[in-house]
Design a protein around this ligand. Structure first.
Ligand SMILES: [Zn+2]
Length: 196
């Protein structure tokens, strides 16, 4: 038996073990799920934040740190790594079986029943902090003059102090999110904002 065959068999065994350990009702439909994503899933983490979810991500988290954050904070561990997920200490997780971003988001929304919690652009994409509304006069000197003149709603990230406002990319972000959650359009807020 060649090396690649051995690896393939080992991977297939891990996949079986991972499937066997997922409890039937693992993900409560009642509350907004929170996540911690492995270092391969930076893009997914960003999109989940765009969709309004609390996602911890760092490309410096070790496997032990990922597991500790998942267990101590009740976060669903998102990972592509079956070697990580077969570990006994991992109890709350979603095994990302596709490398395609849209498939990944769809898989997460399907198994956590979290479509009703979609709240696009309510969270800072870099810091993961929820954004807060700020009065326009408070950002007068912090945004370009044309933005101040044409926008009426501004939000602030309490972490990095960046100002967000509605912008030209808004419709494309919404289109992507809507394509992932057909029929849920009414769940989207009407006011939004975006990083400049
Ligand atoms: Zn921020």
């Amino acid at each position: 038996m060649g090396n690649s065959e051995t690896r393939r068999k080992a991977a297939s065994l891990r996949n079986k073990q991972i499937r066997a350990k997922i409890p039937v009702s693992a993900y409560s439909a009642g509350e907004r799920p929170r996540f911690v994503a492995d270092c391969m899933l930076g893009k997914l983490a960003k999109w989940l934040r765009i969709a309004g979810f609390d996602v911890l991500y760092s490309n410096r988290f070790s496997d032990d740190e990922l597991i500790a954050l998942s267990n101590s904070e009740g976060r669903i561990l998102l990972s592509l790594d079956s070697r990580l997920l077969v570990r006994k200490a991992v109890t709350n997780f979603i095994y990302m079986e596709s490398r395609d971003l849209q498939d990944q988001i769809r898989q997460i929304l399907d198994c956590t029943h979290a479509r009703k919690f979609l709240s696009p652009l309510s969270r800072c994409l870099e810091c993961n902090e929820p954004l807060t509304d700020v009065p326009p006069e408070s950002v007068h000197n912090r945004v370009p003059a044309y933005v101040f003149k044409t926008q009426s709603h501004f939000k602030l990230c309490p972490g990095c102090r960046k100002i967000f406002w509605s912008g030209s990319h808004r419709s494309s972000i919404f289109r992507v999110l809507e394509s992932l959650s057909p029929g849920e359009r009414s769940g989207f807020p009407t006011s939004t904002h975006e990083k400049h």
